[in-house]
Unconditional design. Sequence first.
Length: 147
Amino acid sequence: SAASLYLASAGVGKLVVVDDDEVDSSNLQRQIIYREQDIQVAKTKATVKQLTELNSMVQIRALNRRLDKAQLQLEVMLADVVLDCTDNMPTRQLINQVCFEQNTPLISAAAIGWQGQFAVFDYQTPSEQEAQSKACYRCLYPFDELP
């Protein structure tokens, strides 16, 4: 996503990009990180190439697959903050759940049709009781079908 370009430009030291998809021509006008030569290339591979060219000092780990809950829990455990730019509700809800359970800050952003969503959830709390009283992504967008 465009967010990764800004993070690499800002010098964020370590990034993990996760996607199980390939670049399609329909991505080019919406996702500025990709180029025509990236069509049919794994999105993670194309992203690493662009970010490395932008800032060779950034360490980027690419996971070219969809994560299940156990894998996601491990990745979130290693993160200081999670930026969710996914394009489907079940995945967004799962990311929110794992971040909430692990007290990891979550930045959630999505553009769907003519609508946009952006929210920041600081799940770092000193006590379990305070954590349970904070709003989360699921509070804003209730959804019952978790993967």
